[in-house]
Ligand binder design. Structure first.
Ligand code: C2E
Ligand code: MG
Ligand code: MG
Ligand code: MG
Length: 275
């Protein structure tokens, strides 16, 4: 027999559930509108080569300028975009915009490359390679100037991931493993993946303490042993930079150098850091 308390609890959860479903539907509608009316913007975070101090690339990070709610960070809407499948057209916009804006910088900065983040659903989409080729043709960006970031999780099923990665390599883009160290990739399989770079998750970089201190150099050597570059994410202090330099990390990205910048500010940053 259901107690009054149980019934009222059930009603409460029912209400909560309807509210979140309602919120999601609302958000989906707003995301569609955002895409149509140009409310998305790309910010760019510079990537610096440690030995030379040269800016060698930047990561494109999406922002949503909501007309009423202001700036919405990706963590607030990417999960819903993924659930609804809207991530596909949204990231298509990201890739095309990133390629187009980077192409405009190449005359002055020929060594630049731009990184874009791929979502799991998109990574497995049969049309990904086709779309990338089309965008590269349309924007005239050389393929080696585009880097795609995938997470460790997306490579876990290696039988599925390796053929996709090989097709991407045929297109000529480079591949980075994002947030490296937080997933569960088996180290023996890592060697088999045709990748170009490991991006160490910022949790390993920030406030380097004893336990982490053992991990960071280990990841850097691991990367070098399998012949890939290693970038450390989330570098915020001079000490972290010095430490990473000493441990022969190749590249860094983080607030110490710059927060993600609107395109216009990225151009200024590049001018100021021209070598
Ligand atoms: P991510 O790819 O790992 O990007 C790095 C995140 O760390 C960015 O957050 C960046 O602003 C932040 N960050 C960089 N340096 C520092 C630092 O020194 N300190 C701290 N505390 N944070 C730092 P953001 O821009 O909020 O992006 C969050 C995540 O959203 C990204 O993580 C990425 O997974 C996803 N994302 C962003 N843009 C896109 C996109 O266009 N498509 C897809 N599918 N995902 C995206
Ligand atoms: Mg990333
Ligand atoms: Mg990352
Ligand atoms: Mg991260």
């Amino acid at each position: 027999e259901l107690s009054k308390k149980a019934i009222s609890q059930f009603r409460f959860f029912e209400k909560q559930m309807n509210r979140t479903i309602h919120e999601k539907i609302q958000m989906e509608r707003e995301l569609r509108k955002a895409l149509e009316s140009g409310e998305f913007e790309l910010y760019y975070q510079p990537q610096i080569q440690l030995t030379t101090g040269q800016v060698v690339g930047m990561e494109a990070l999406i922002r949503w300028n909501h007309p009423e709610k202001g700036m919405i960070p990706p963590n607030k809407f990417i999960p819903i975009a993924e659930e609804t499948g809207l991530i596909i057209p949204i990231n298509e916009w990201v890739m095309e915009t990133a390629c187009c804006q980077t192409k405009q910088l190449l005359d002055q900065y020929p060594f630049l490359s731009v990184s874009v983040n791929l979502s799991p659903y998109e990574f497995e989409s049969r049309r990904l390679v086709y779309k990338l080729v089309k965008i590269l043709e349309k924007t005239n960006l050389p393929p080696h100037c585009l880097d795609v970031e995938i997470t460790e999780r997306m490579t876990m099923d290696t039988e599925k991931a390796i053929p996709i990665l090989k097709r991407l390599k045929l297109v000529g883009v480079t591949i980075s493993i994002d947030d490296f160290g937080t997933g569960y990739s088996s180290l023996s399989y890592l060697k088999k993946l045709p990748i170009d770079r490991l991006k160490i998750d910022r949790s390993f970089v920030q406030n380097i303490q004893e336990e982490k201190e053992a991990v960071l150099p280990a990841i850097i050597s691991l990367g070098h042993n399998i012949g890939v570059k290693v970038l450390a994410e989330g570098v915020e202090t001079e000490q972290e930079v010095a430490y990473l330099k000493e441990k022969q990390c190749d590249e860094v990205q983080g607030y110490y150098y710059a927060k993600p910048l609107p395109y216009h500010d990225l151009v200024k940053f590049l001018e100021e850091h021209k070598k």
